[in-house]
Design a protein around this ligand. Sequence first.
Ligand code: ATP
Ligand code: MG
Length: 782
Amino acid sequence: MRNDDFADRRKRKSSSVTFKNTDEIRYTSSSDISIFPPSSTSLDDEFTTIEDTTKTFKQFQYKAGMLNLISKKYESLDYDKMENDVLVNAEEREGYKYFVHKNIMQWVVFLLTGILTAAIASTVDIAIVEVCKVKYYLLDPYLNDNDIGFNKPLFLWMFLNVIPILIGSLMVTYFEPIASGSGIPLVKCYLNGIDLPRILALKTLFVKATGLVCSIAGGVASGKEGPMIHVGACVANLVSKGRMKFCNREIHMFRYFRDDQERRDFVSAGAASGVSAAFGASVGGVLFSLEEGASFWNQNLTWRIFFGSVVSTFTVNLILSAYYGAAGDLTHPSLINMGKFTFTYQISEIPIFALIGSIGGVFGALWNHSNYKLSVFRFKFFKKKWMKVTEACFVSALTAAISFTMAYFTKQCRPITEGHTIYTPRAFCEDANEYNLIARMWLQTPQASVQRLLHDPADEYPLIDLAIFTLAYFFLSCITFGLSTSNGIFVPSLLTGAAWGRMISTIFIMIFPDYKNRVDTGKYALIGAAAHLGGLVRMTISLTVIIMETSDNISFSLPIIITLISAKWTGDFFNEGIYAIQIRLKKAPFLPFDPPPMTHNIYATEVMNNNVVGFRSVETVDFLYETLEKTEHNGFPVLELENPEDDLKYGKIVGLILRDQILLILKKKWFSHNMHLWAGTVTMNIFRDEYLHKYRIEDIELTFEEKAEYSVDFRPFLNHSPYTLLSTASLPKMFRLFRALGLRHLPIVNDSNEVVGMVTRKDLAKFRVYIKKGRMKLHQYI
Ligand code: ATP
Ligand code: MG
């Protein structure tokens, strides 16, 4: 094809776009593509058709659990700096000293984030240990008395499980529902540029942390690592804001961090500190933030985030070492530690690791699918709050019932020797100096059980018990994740995987008894743990490093990497990772790393909203007020008309102004006629302080006279050089611009620099591959 043919094709597509009324496009490279209309032109109709009248629009049918929808309720964050005269003046006035100061303060925020996250993580850990001790002491007399029968200890165990879960679930469900679950999907969304209300608030932090203590003390299959990451993100946000809504105090020291971009960097660091505090894995924390969280990254940030992570690990160790009576021992293990390993491995074992990884991928995919189906069921049937609380209590009672029944029937008794933890319940063992192995596995915290599975001698656990435990834990962890409580899946997955990993090696020893001394069951438990977790979450780099750091064994990195990669590839063959599924279920407009494939023939004209709402540089207050009332747009191109009488639609772009800015201008009454009164007083600090207030148009009170006679001059406030693209730009080009720069709005211009459309990140998020029988389905707005 000749060059001018190409140009011609683009031009043709850009000049006359026909939107066909279907929600699917053919997954083909042909230029004859029909797509779902880009965005609604009127706010009233949710699924509008634009110009086409030739076909009737296929009525959209919502079904719970649909994965290809985007909710209109989410707004986006704006990571592009608003470069306007106010900013330039501030830079000139504040000078270079300001940047040095800001730089130092950034380090202070990273430091404080690390310390506070670690302090909260340690407090949560200590609270869990103490509450679990109380629970155990209450239960122990009943478990030690063999004549007491089956029912009494069972009901007491159930009761002691239900009480903390009830408290945690009531808090999460009624006080702050956004604190439910692991929190990792929410942090990922935030870092991707989605503004989820209240996800980083103080209330969320409080409910998340206390809810977490309740969940683990409630004995359900839940871990604290995911929620810790959310806690870290909340801490970073609150520290960097320098102001807490709760106590309404402002720290002006951190004023200059009040914009979306700065906050995003701190939240990435907070997430990393959370991982570090939870696992004692500083490098793993940084890599987690890089792999899973941060959509935007730079070298400076890496260094600072690493600093925050190290501080966090160090602080946790400091606090916990004091708590466990070894004050000052900074090598004290963190919240989760898998103990020290001295494994060796042979090259012949590599295929076995890959095989176990693949099994983990299959189990992970099955788990994810079952959990997805369960989430859909919950959406459909557990809509009322009391139902959610009841469900959480039911699951905790069920966990107790399963644990107790298993302990009762298996009766695996082992002698109590020195060095055992307090959790040595006799639980129907004949000898008073023996404890019930299975009862201990269920009673102690899940992470303690992981450690035991990794380190106990080869013949400690009978095959049948491991099999029952694996099945029970797989089922329980699946029904627990998604409850209206604060809970994570890292440790439950490690535990399930460790159980079946150990099972595999036990079977091997049974088949080939000669290899008994050469097969290390703990090693395979670790590989199984990695495989199962990898199969669920599909992380590779960060998980490898986290496991390496928590197991203190760097030479074991190759088996872990091979296992995790096999788990990921196998799992990806069936479905997405659990966090991706959760994000889709939330209908969040998440932009993945890469644009959808084979979309170079979709042009800006097919994505944009061509009914542009823009303003002149000087606009009447009345018109502004009315426009803001009528539309929900958050960014408006500022246009220059050759002839003032022309339609606003055909103006050349001279800048971009945000809704928040216009609302602030109206609120402060910075009108043109009284410019002499306010011109000298408008500083960047006002914008920084007001960043924390989100005004709505209803909050603006204007007199009739102000509306009718006054006007606003946008020139000092607008972004004079917003990113724009020609209407001939392809979808991947726009996508990369949004993804790399964290844009929220992109005005589309023609060759005369006239704005012909607007594209937002949500418009692009809609283009997600969802291949079914060779077709690409577009996400729909709901
Ligand atoms: P956000 O609210 O985060 O800015 P959005 O996608 O929700 O993003 P809205 O302004 O709420 O954008 O409106 C929905 C549609 O309107 C989008 O599809 C977008 O393309 C379009 N749009 C955004 N700003 C304008 C504008 N100034 N003029 C015309 N259309 C716009
Ligand atoms: Mg919007």
